[in-house]
Design a protein around this ligand. Structure first.
Ligand SMILES: *Cc1c(COP(=O)(O)O)cnc(C)c1O
Length: 375
């Protein structure tokens, strides 16, 4: 039985050619020419002036948080239901994530809860677009303006998505991307910070590279880390980016196909196809068990695995993370929608290399399993 992995990237464009160029020319480090090309091409794609490539999406969030000046004691508003990278970028600086619940319809942060969480310590709002639909960005930008807050946009899952026709990654003070293999564009590991602010961009470049002083190397006024991105990664990224439109088209086709074939399956909540500001890009094809189903996501996923089908649970809430609980954060906080999504949500194979035959197998198997668990 051939196992169908939850994600397999598509690397059959110019990736090999550009990688060979790196090797033939000897340019493999962060100093190589593909890095600047990739930064330029990516920032253009998302309508930003500057792009600073870093080692991964988590690093991009860390660099962005440091660059906009988040400090100990600051409060940053973000969803509880997200990846820990968002909270970590903030807690590493001694600042505090202040959480909001999710919207069960879009699975994104509920922007209507933000204003009540703003205090005189609030420094920024972190927008995190999840699974394929953007956050209601205008509502966030209005609040940011009203209360003079910074906005970080985590667009790790949104290459090629738009909000009211404008690219995700172009909103707020600074935006971040990831190029992990399950993202629309991959470089193996990788990330990027994008911004329109020249000073912020300059600061990100410093932070990416150990904060070397500009005039004298090996002398430091500040500490950051080594977040550099190699020419090898950029070579792959550039080849991937050449095909972004095609990849997004393919993701949307896959999403539509799954939806068409799973629409009548009882017990499953499917991803929303569109809102009035965006069409779903189906970063991954997520599913949520509805209230008629007693079991949790992992029970269904185990049954899928037994039939040779990979899947992955949704994120686990920040307010339920042992590491933060043990540190005394978020005690007694409850976010019912976020908790529901974390326990009932999972995603099925939806990587770019997935074939129609594989999708058909996933569909048939999942239908079968849902009939069993619905009792
Ligand atoms: C993948 C992802 C990240 C982290 O990116 P890495 O490259 O894995 O560090 C951050 N935020 C979101 C929303 C993501 O999906």
């Amino acid at each position: 039985m051939d196992f169908i992995p939850v994600n397999e990237p598509l690397l059959n464009g110019n990736e090999k050619k550009y990688l060979c160029e790196c090797i033939d020319t000897g340019w493999i480090s962060a100093e190589g020419p593909f890095v600047k090309k990739f930064e330029q091409r990516m920032s253009e794609t998302v309508d930003r002036k500057y792009g600073i490539a870093v080692s991964n999406g988590t690093a991009a969030l860390e660099v962005a948080a440091m660059a906009i000046g988040i400090e100990a004691g600051d409060e940053i508003i973000m969803p509880s239901f997200t990846i820990i990278s968002c909270a970590m970028a903030v807690t590493k600086l001694g600042a505090v994530p202040v959480l909001v619940d999710s919207d069960l319809h879009t699975w994104n942060m509920n922007v209507n809860e933000i204003e009540a969480k703003i205090t005189n310590k609030t420094k920024a709002i972190m927008i995190v677009h999840l699974y394929g639909l953007p956050v209601e960005i205008d509502a966030v930008l209005e609040l940011a303006q009203k209360y003079n807050l910074k906005v970080i946009e985590d667009a790790a899952e949104m290459h090629g998505q738009t909000y009211k026709g404008r690219p995700c990654g172009s909103f707020g003070d600074i935006s971040t991307f990831s190029f992990y293999p399950n993202k629309h564009i991959t470089t193996g590991e990788g990330g990027m910070v994008v911004t329109d602010d020249e000073k912020l961009a300059e600061r990100c470049r410093m932070l990416r590279n150990l904060c070397f002083r500009k005039d004298v190397r090996y002398v430091h006024d500040e500490i950051s880390d080594n977040y550099r991105f190699t020419n090898l990664q950029a070579a792959v990224g550039l080849a991937q980016l050449e095909r972004l439109d095609e990849f997004i088209e393919r993701k949307r086709e896959m999403g539509r196909y799954y939806t068409e074939k799973l629409r009548d399956v009882k017990g499953l909540i499917l991803p929303v196809e569109k809102t009035d500001y965006a069409d779903n890009i189906y970063w991954v094809y997520g599913l949520v068990l509805d209230e008629s189903i007693q079991c949790d996501n992992q029970t269904v996923q185990k049954l899928l695995a037994e039939k040779g089908i990979g899947s992955r649970t949704f994120f686990w809430c920040m307010h339920e993370q042992p590491v933060y609980k043990n540190a005394g954060l978020f005690s007694k906080e409850i976010y019912v929608n976020a908790e529901y999504l974390a326990r009932k949500g999972f995603y099925i194979p939806s990587g770019l290399a997935l074939t129609k035959e594989q999708m058909d197998k996933v569909i048939v198997t999942l239908r079968d399993i849902m009939e069993k668990v619905i009792v």
